[in-house]
Design a binder for this molecule. Structure first.
Ligand SMILES: [Zn+2]
Length: 166
């Protein structure tokens, strides 16, 4: 993932390195505000976990799956959370497949800031659709605002796609 060239992430990375207070967790904020799901780009809520679009994506369709609870270690996840994280990853793979027809996916978890976790206190899995040659494509055409402008549209398209795969 680190090989992708994603200049729109720079302001985000600057921001998170400044944020060290534990109350600056947007996962907790989003989890507690279901009425703001559209604004916050929350795609789906399960029983113990939810799915949100990454505002600073590595590729179009980069989503995050996190528990509602603020948990920084895998060992602290309840059996329900463990199961639902996997279920949501599978569901999102299918929805992204229906919507974007990617040729592959990166699915992963960064634990700790040294591993690239932006919000290290709140575990979140990444799922990124990938296409052959997307690295080259992104490098040559990507502008800072290209992907963020498409996020609201992607949010509603993904919700439509989810209705077809659930
Ligand atoms: Zn949190």
């Amino acid at each position: 993932m680190g090989l992708l060239w994603a200049p729109w992430r720079i302001p985000y990375l600057r921001k998170i390195t400044r944020q060290s207070k534990p109350d600056a967790c947007f996962f907790c904020e989003y989890a507690a505000s279901p009425k703001k799901d559209k604004k916050n780009l929350v795609v789906l809520r399960g029983k113990a976990c939810f799915v949100v679009l990454n505002r600073f994506p590595y590729t179009g369709g980069h989503v995050l799956v996190a528990p509602f609870a603020h948990r920084g270690e895998m060992a602290l996840l309840s059996p329900e959370e463990r199961g639902e994280i996997f279920d949501l990853l599978i569901l999102m793979e299918r929805a992204l497949g229906t919507l974007m027809h990617p040729q592959g996916y990166n699915i992963g978890l960064n634990i700790g800031r040294a591993a690239g976790a932006g919000i290290p206190g709140h575990l979140h899995f990444h799922i990124l659709p990938r296409w052959n040659g997307d690295h080259n494509f992104m490098s040559s055409v990507a502008q800072v605002k290209v992907i963020p402008q498409a996020l609201e549209e992607l949010h509603s398209e993904l919700q439509k796609a989810l209705r077809t795969v659930r």
